[in-house]
Design a protein around this ligand. Structure first.
Ligand code: ADP
Ligand code: MG
Length: 940
């Protein structure tokens, strides 16, 4: 139930003024009289004023496109219980106190033997109505709404014993057909939700003597109500909340609740008829893609934005209330209760009645805070929920008084209007979670890659080092070996030679001694012998030398080999080094990439924060003015859609200005170039809305908004974008400086192009309006014509829509006026561009258009054209002259009439033509002497 001053209530009551009135006073008509002229019985799904959402659409469908809410009246059904065994006997001789006419949805309440009162309800359910049918007419529409994301309430009101609990709470385990609304509702909910992605939980409470007890946990017997100051949502956080996975567990829960109710009531020395039982079913459904109102307004396609898109969840609540018996408890109290207790027992119920009375009478004060029940149900009456009430009555004439009061309660409840609101929001938390996970994955992957690179580099470097040292070692070994071998060989050779020398010397010495003592014959022989020895020795030495030489060569070759091997190793080492360099470069690149990614992630994070912040701000702001929590752009959109709200005061204006500041013009303008079309559409709508305020225009132009808007005309193919952008341009084109800017940026060609391609009359109206504004600038005449402006205007008349024609006519009139001025000042010579561009035929054709604005503009245009002799010939041949004559006589505006007349009389060409047709004119003038005596004078 909305607070007395609350936005929803105020809104509802404004609408309420349009409702068909339901007289409540007792009618003195002795015959049956219909007390209620009910609205068409389409129930809460009906859109009673058609002012929100699409007319005739179901509430939910309408609200998908418009999150501001749908009007829904509280739907009231009346149910009659069959006579019970006792009544069969006791009332056997009496007629029932009521007579039902279900086909007329009426009920007649017997006043006495000769008089009845007739009442009309949304539904009248006879004693034969099946539980299934009752469920379908009372609860099903509410349930469907709940599954679509609206809050819903089903409530039973009536005297004890009339079937409230039977209607709502019957478990129907012995007889399936007897199942009540709670059980059937849960079946439908379970069939609709997906247990993987959605969640379903239940609380079950009892309210007795202003104390709330948990029927699922009886120890919990003093639960308090908490209201969210921001949203006004009411919750009972102290109550147990049980997740429901299947029907069986739900039925168990209901049975448990029933048992606890019985136990509690026994302990408190009361009966269930004095307490209210409240079942709350919380449904949280995730909405896929296009289904969501939020995402269809914010829909994006590009990959980057997609990962930024928060999932949408709908959190709705079904409340089923089995109210305490409505019979008045005797003031002295009953069954041991004191008077205070007795008052307290019924406090909630009487507070409910008072609230409903206040709401039904559009009273300015609704005493919601007076009781726990009304606080708990603040959303159900005059709030945002879809509410169905079933009032139960018994047939017995003995309870006629109670029955009458129940009927009256139902009648008043039928006057209560609720404003249904979609309970949909972005799940920013899960978006943040998703982004965090993504970020962590990227970080981990990067770390892994870095490690692999480092390892690989180290391995290559070690390998190269090893190879180099191995080659070096081999080389030194071989060199050392060779050196040692040479040294040894050399030493040996020296030693041998020395020995030989010693031997030779010794031989020579002994020869000399012998030479002194022996004969010459012997000496010759021995010297021959020694010569031979010498030769042999030399031979040996030569051989030895050859061998040594060969050996040396072999060693030299070996050294050469080793050297070439070494260079090869060096080369491969260099290659290894360059490989390392390459890997190092790759690693650097990778690091760079990582930095970029981290930057991107940080940017996304801050965007996310900003979005959350904006969403919060907006929601706070809108909460303050009572509106729905929607995004900043959305709220501006609301202003665009609902101009009547915009006019409703400075508050809204201030909120635009604030949003403007918060979101930042630059940011909004940058969204005009967004990749995603929906984003562009939203952005352009916001800019158009801002451009409608003169105060913003300069800022928009300064920030390059005009250029962006013109670019949209050029680059976008979306009709909506064209329409809104042209509208914004038309607004900006009201200012002379902007008009020149538009022209220098080629605006007229772009507008002409849009005019040629547009089909939607609203687009054409905006384009024509923009061109018409430009046409009013004296300095731009030639440029407008050069850019095809006149032809574009004329081209748009093809659509035939009166609004478009009016703008075209205005443009032509503006153009003709400026041209006329230029001609008078001598800056323009020659025929009018309008005539040259072929406008005359259309002008003549529409000079007498039945739409006043079109007619008026064209009349002015004709007067301007006629002021210059150069145009006169064409005006005569096209028949414009006769229109001018007509204007000079018939025009309802005196100034135009006089202007036309003066123009006609001042033009020699017209005068000549008129003289030619003198006879005819005179004839007409005579018939119409009243109109223009001056003219007759002239012609005479
Ligand atoms: P309340 O909750 O309003 O005090 P109950 O639901 O307990 O009333 O109904 C009183 C008795 O009437 C119960 O025995 C119930 O089974 C019976 N009853 C109520 N409505 C019907 C009905 N439409 N058809 C058959 N029996 C009914
Ligand atoms: Mg009951």
């Amino acid at each position: 139930m909305a607070a007395s001053g609350g936005y929803n209530y105020r809104y509802g009551s404004q609408r309420g003024a349009l409702r068909v009135d339901r007289p409540l006073s007792v009618n003195s008509n002795p015959k049956s009289s219909v007390k209620s002229k009910s609205l068409p019985a389409s129930g809460p799904r009906r859109n009673s004023t058609g002012s929100t959402g699409g007319g005739g659409a179901t509430g939910a469908a309408a609200s998908k496109n418009d999150n501001t809410g749908v009007l829904g009246r509280v739907r009231v059904a009346l149910r009659l219980r069959p006579r019970n065994a006792e009544e069969m006997v006791a009332d056997a001789d009496f007629a029932d106190c009521v007579e039902l006419q279900p086909e007329l949805k009426r009920l007649k309440l017997r006043k006495n033997n000769w008089d009845t009162d007739t009442y009309e309800f949304d539904e009248v359910l006879t004693e034969f109505a099946s539980q299934k049918r009752v469920y379908e007419v009372v609860a099903k529409p509410v349930l469907e709404s709940v599954l679509e994301g609206y809050n819903g309430t089903v409530m039973a009101y009536g005297q004890t014993g009339t079937g409230k609990t039977y209607t709502l709470g019957q478990l129907g385990e012995e007889d399936t057909a007897a199942r009540g609304i709670m059980v059937r509702a849960m079946e439908d909910i379970l069939a609709d939700v997906s247990l993987e992605s959605d969640s379903l939980s239940v609380s079950y409470l009892q309210l007795y003597m202003e104390t709330i007890q948990d029927l699922l946990d009886p120890a919990n017997d003093n639960i308090s109500i908490v209201e969210d100051p921001k949203t006004g949502d009411v919750s009972v956080p102290g109550a147990s909340l049980v997740e429901i996975r299947d029907q069986q567990s739900f039925v168990e829960l209901l049975r448990l609740g029933e048992a606890h109710r019985f136990a509690t009531n026994t302990k408190l020395n009361t009966e269930s008829s004095r307490s209210h039982a409240i079942l709350m079913v919380n449904v949280k459904k995730s909405v896929k893609g296009k289904d969501s109102a939020l995402s269809s307004q914010n829909g994006n396609n590009s990959h980057m934005v997609k990962s930024l898109k928060a999932p949408v969840v709908r959190k709705s609540k079904l409340v089923v209330v089995d109210l305490a018996g409505s019979e008045r408890i005797d003031k002295s109290g009953s069954e041991g209760h004191t008077l205070e207790e007795a008052k307290s027992i019924n406090l909630s119920l009487s507070a409910l009645g008072k609230c409903i009375n206040a709401l039904a009478e559009n009273s300015s004060h609704v005493p919601v805070r007076d009781s726990k029940l009304t606080r708990l149900l603040r959303d159900s009456f005059g709030g945002t929920a879809r509410t169905s009430l079933v009032v139960t009555i018994g047939p017995s004439p003995r309870h006629r008084g109670e029955t009458a009061s129940t009927i009256m309660f139902g009648q008043r409840a039928m006057k209560v209007e609720n404003m249904l609101k979609l309970k949909e929001e972005f799940d920013y938390k899960s978006l943040a979670r998703r982004l965090d996970i993504q970020l962590d994955k990227i970080i981990a992957e990067h770390e892994r890659q870095q490690k692999v690179f480092e390892d690989e580099m180290e391995r290559i470097s070690i390998e190269a080092q090893n190879r180099i040292s191995e080659v070096e070692r081999n080389y030194t070994d071989v060199l050392e070996k060779e050196r040692l071998k040479y040294q040894k060989d050399y030493m040996e050779s020296i030693k041998k030679l020395e020995e030989q020398l010693v031997m030779t010397q010794r031989k020579h010495g002994s020869e000399k001694i012998t030479n002194g003592h022996e004969d010459d014959g012997f000496n010759v022989a021995s010297s021959k012998e020694s010569c031979r020895l010498h030769v042999e020795e030399i031979d040996d030495l030569t051989k030895l030398l050859q061998k040594e030489t060969m050996l040396r060569k072999a060693v030299e070759e070996e050294v050469h080999n080793l050297k070439s091997q070494l260079t090869q190793w060096k080369r491969s080492e260099a290659a290894g080094k360059s490989e390392i360099l390459k890997l190092r470069k790759m690693l650097e690149d990778e690091e760079h990439q990582k930095e970029k990614l981290e930057g991107e992630i940080a940017r996304l994070h801050s965007q996310l924060l900003q979005r959350s912040f904006e969403a919060d701000e907006t929601s706070q702001q809108l909460d303050r003015s009572g509106a729905e929590k929607i995004g900043a752009l959305e709220s501006l959109m609301t202003q665009v859609r609902k101009p009547q709200l915009k006019d409703s005061g400075n508050e809204e204006k201030a909120s635009i200005a604030k949003l403007f500041e918060q979101v930042g013009l630059q940011k909004i303008l940058s969204l005009l170039e967004a990749e995603d079309n929906d984003v562009r559409i939203h952005a352009v709508k916001v800019v158009a809305n801002l451009a409608a305020e003169e105060a913003n225009q300069e800022k928009i132009v300064e920030a390059g908004g005009l250029t962006s808007l013109l670019m949209l005309l050029k680059n976008s193919e979306d009709e909506t974008i064209h329409r809104v952008a042209a509208g914004a341009i038309a607004n900006l084109a009201m200012n002379e400086i902007n008009q020149e800017l538009i022209m220098t940026q080629g605006g007229i060609s772009l507008l002409s192009m849009t005019a040629a391609n547009g089909e939607d009359p609203q687009t054409l109206r905006m384009v024509a309006g923009a061109i018409a504004n430009l046409c009013g600038n004296d300095k731009l005449q030639n440029k407008i014509r050069g850019g095809g402006g006149i032809k574009a205007l004329l081209g748009m008349v093809r659509c035939g829509h009166p609004d478009v024609l009016a703008q075209v006519a205005r443009g032509i009139a503006n153009f003709a006026k400026c041209e006329s001025r230029a001609s008078t000042q001598g800056t323009k010579t020659g025929k009018s561009h309008l005539i040259e561009d072929g406008a005359l035929a259309w002008i003549v054709q529409n000079a007498n258009n039945e739409a006043a604005p079109i007619k008026r503009h064209i009349e002015l245009a004709l007067c301007h054209l006629a002021q210059h002799e150069v145009n006169a010939k064409d005006m005569i041949t096209s028949g414009a002259l006769w229109e001018l004559v007509r204007i000079s006589r018939d025009c309802s505006r005196e100034d135009i009439r006089t202007l036309a007349y003066r123009t006609l009389t001042l033009s020699p060409t017209f005068q000549a033509e008129l003289r030619l047709k003198n006879h005819h004119i005179m004839e007409t003038n005579r018939q119409n002497a009243r109109i223009n005596p001056k003219m007759q004078q002239q012609q005479a």
